[in-house]
Design a protein around this ligand. Structure first.
Ligand code: MRU
Length: 313
């Protein structure tokens, strides 16, 4: 395994010999490239909750391998699925993957879901790249790269595809407080891909937009409601408001496994509240991990099927 040039199986995989679910421990990147072996569903639930594996599609894939792990161990599959479903509330890919695994809990099926998710990323990235003009300077938030999707990436996949087509000049990488998925993970992936980039404080986005240094905002998603309202990492909504104010396009790139037609609007999306200790060791804190961007602030949602405008202009 090189620096950020990861194969899907480097990010998350199932090993029959064990059996184990093996994760690249994303908490320790980019300084240490270390794997974490989960021998039980309980260990995997802790790994998901503590963000050793994170990003909506990658959580779903890890959960699928978790069902395969439970099946290989002869565990109660309903109990395993319930424990995995409760590990994180916002990313709908988790419940999507568990539903997919119900009729076939085999490792082969989990591997197929993994391969299909990466294929969806490549397809949506190609569609999204068509939205980029030559010399685009894009801004992205959190990490929606291969680490977050089990390979290739959604928003970062779009940036990779635009770069390969010679359309991308530069990426502004929000550091993404409080757990720094941008400055740790996205910057690492862009560095490996050779894409020019610079990390910015989240609070620097407005002034860069005002200075004319941003051409578009590209993010992933954790859950897209039926009306197009989109939950993503906390801070995404602020970027969408800023983009609207500066008349910049705001693109969401996500697979259909992130679309939840059973959730009518963003107000119905459960938002994870994490420990205040992630913000401060001393003072009271409030730490919502996601926010909801209303559909009317989203210029286009790009899936493997193509480009859609959630609200007609
Ligand atoms: O808390 P995380 O790191 O699991 O959150 C992930 C995100 O919100 C990402 O921004 C991403 O867009 C969604 S997954 C591709």
């Amino acid at each position: 395994m090189g620096r950020g040039d990861l194969e899907p199986a480097d990010i998350v995989r199932f090993e029959e010999d064990g059996p184990t679910v093996v994760l690249l421990d994303q908490r320790r990147l980019p300084d240490e490239v270390v794997e974490l072996e989960c021998r039980t569903v309980e260990e995997l639930v802790v790994a998901i909750r503590e963000l050793a594996v994170r990003g909506a599609p990658a959580i779903g894939i890890a959960a699928a391998y978790g069902v395969a792990l439970a099946a290989a161990r002869g565990d109660d599959l309903d109990a395993a699925a319930a424990a995995l479903a409760a590990s994180r509330p916002t990313a709908v890919n988790l419940t999507w993957a568990l539903a997919e695994m119900r009729h076939d809990p085999s490792a082969a099926h989990a591997r197929r879901l993994h391969e299909e998710e990466v294929a969806r990323c490549r397809a949506m990235a190609a569609h999204a790249a068509e939205l980029f003009g030559p010399g685009t300077r894009a801004l992205t938030h959190c990490n929606a790269g291969g680490l977050a999707t089990g390979g290739y990436g959604s928003a970062v996949g779009a940036l990779r595809a635009a770069w390969e087509r010679g359309l991308l000049a530069h990426v502004w990488v929000d550091e993404t407080r409080p757990l720094l998925q941008g400055s740790r993970l996205t910057a690492w992936e862009l560095e490996t891909a050779g894409i020019p980039h610079a990390v910015i404080a989240d609070s620097a986005a407005a002034s860069l937009m005002a200075a004319g240094e941003v051409d578009c905002v590209v993010t992933g998603a954790d859950r897209i409601a039926a009306n197009g309202d989109t939950a993503n990492k906390i801070g995404t909504y602020s970027l969408a408001v800023l983009a609207a104010h500066h008349d910049l396009p705001f693109y969401v790139v996500a697979p259909t496994s992130t679309i939840d037609l059973d959730t009518p609007t963003g107000a119905d999306i459960p938002i994870e509240e994490r420990s205040g200790a992630e913000l401060t060791a001393r003072f009271p804190a409030r730490n919502p991990a996601f926010d909801v961007t209303p559909a009317e602030l989203i210029t286009a949602i790009v899936t493997e099927h193509g480009v859609r405008q959630p609200v007609a202009p």
